[in-house]
Design a binder for this molecule. Structure first.
Ligand code: SF4
Length: 472
């Protein structure tokens, strides 16, 4: 994990040089951004009020998280489910493998669960002799590509285009190559159907846990979630403790936000609320239901200056609108969660010393905060993480020295003005009369991939002084 999240700059450089990836990402950006904008514009009420309501629900939960979790456990247990708790990835894998062994399971069908990515659950299952089969189409593509990591939380294979998927299917399925999306999805469905029918256990994530009913809510567009949760005899939900909402009404409010922010849909194709085990009158459903509720760094954020991050409902809007994500894609971030939410979560869950580049993989333009349906101030959290890195002396010494010098100067206006004048003179000399600087001598990284604008006209202080004089 450390080696992955530490190398954002190298990975971003590789992504920038990959023309095919850049084309794939361009298509993705136009699609997601446009769809969300239309959905918000067409929302019949005030979308900003809805965002306030969503943030308030998430804050209410986080204020009394233990109380809502206990209520959830009580209600889920009363409906025949077993609730287990996991502190970290090791405990998640331990619980899931033990459940599979208890029920003699040799194959599991998986619906998308980011937490199973956090825990590397597939590796643990395979090591225990249990075959994991991803059934979300994107995750399935990544699995048969050689267990590639996801590059987007909603569209895990967003970095691949149609041609790449067509080649992959022809190679792995041994069938004639197809180039139309419906034909490819039909082929995937045929392959996966067999797995749904032969898997002894289904593993899903959960978009929300509803405390008052002890239910898990799944929001998907492919229907695989329903197959995973109803066909196998055993259903295991692996999800984070922060996914809880108090009531069905709160769930309904958040469901007005989630699909609109994620895919620009008024409602997703499949919204399933699963409660307990199969009843005597039920046509289908699991005989055994387990919830593995996971901390993995979440509880430590409650009450901290980063608590707002736990409001996240995993819609993906922040990454869809982030100029950095749009340019380099998800793999550059090196762990499970990419984009602005990933730069904060990876730092918090894996330790800020293990993700030094990530809070800096942002322009702080705050477009992420503008579109976040639950008003997480992502740019502010990224800035706080930068501050923490600085306080702990984790930044490179030239950067720390430069900032210390700047802070010292900023408190001495006369010296600051003099330094600015000298700096401007130096930059003008580098520009040599042009309006762009091709190579910044003292900070060559700035101009390694683009020009730097030469100083134009007067300094801010000079402009301010003139304006004050005019006013007077
Ligand atoms: S941080 Fe906000 S915008 Fe990003 S995934 Fe979470 S809820 Fe969506």
């Amino acid at each position: 994990m450390r080696s992955q999240a530490m190398f954002f700059q190298r990975r971003a450089g590789e992504a920038l040089a990959d023309a095919r990836l850049r084309r794939n990402l361009d298509g993705l950006r136009d699609k997601f951004v446009g769809m969300r904008a239309r959905a918000v514009a067409n929302y019949e009420k005030d979308f900003e009020e809805l965002r306030d309501a969503g943030a308030a629900i998430r804050d209410r939960v986080l204020k009394d998280l233990d109380v809502w979790l206990e209520l959830f456990e009580e209600k889920a247990t009363a409906r025949g489910a077993t609730v287990l708790w996991a502190r970290d990835g090791r405990e998640i894998c331990g619980h899931v493998v033990a459940i599979a062994r208890r029920h003699g399971v040799k194959k599991v069908a998986k619906s998308k669960s980011m937490l199973s990515e956090e825990a590397q659950l597939n590796v643990a299952l395979a090591a225990a002799g249990i075959e994991p089969v991803e059934t979300d189409l994107g995750e399935y593509i990544l699995q048969i590509s050689g267990n590639e990591p996801p590059s987007h939380i909603l569209a895990p294979a967003a970095h691949k285009n149609l041609d790449e998927v067509a080649d992959l299917f022809a190679d792995k399925h041994g069938k004639p190559r197809k180039t139309e999306i419906p034909a490819l999805t039909r082929e995937a469905r045929e392959v996966l159907r067999e797995h749904f029918l032969t898997a002894g256990m289904g593993i899903s994530g959960g978009n929300f846990l509803i405390a008052e009913t002890g239910s898990v809510a799944l929001v998907t567009n492919e229907g695989n979630g329903r197959m995973v949760t109803t066909l196998p005899k055993v259903h295991v939900v692996v999800t984070g403790i922060e996914k809880i909402v108090p009531t069905l009404e709160d769930f309904a409010t958040l469901m007005r936000l989630l699909p609109r922010s994620a895919t620009g849909q008024d409602i997703s194709n499949y919204v399933s609320v699963c409660t307990g085990t199969r009843g005597a009158d039920d046509a289908d459903g699991p005989e055994h239901t387990y919830f593995v509720l996971v901390d993995n760094g979440r509880a430590g954020l409650v009450g901290s200056e980063f608590q707002e991050m736990l409001r996240c409902i995993r819609c993906g809007a922040c990454m869809n609108h982030c100029p950095v994500y749009q340019t380099v894609g998800g793999h550059a971030y090196g762990w499970v969660y990419p984009g602005p939410m990933g730069s904060v979560l990876t730092s918090l869950y894996t330790g800020i010393e293990n993700a030094l580049d990530l809070p800096h993989a942002a322009t702080l333009c705050n477009q992420c905060g503008v579109v976040c349906p639950v008003r997480i101030p992502l740019a502010e959290l990224q800035r706080k993480l930068r501050e923490k890195q600085s306080e702990r002396g984790l930044r490179p010494w030239p950067e720390r020295a430069a900032l210390a010098a700047w802070a010292w100067l900023a408190q001495r206006p006369a010296l600051y003005a003099l330094a600015t004048k000298l700096g401007v003179r130096y930059l003008n000399r580098l520009a040599g009369g042009a309006d762009r600087i091709r190579a910044l001598g003292l900070a060559p990284g700035w101009t390694a991939g683009r020009d730097f604008p030469a100083p134009q006209g007067r300094t801010f202080k000079e402009l301010y002084k003139t304006r004050q004089e005019r006013k007077a």
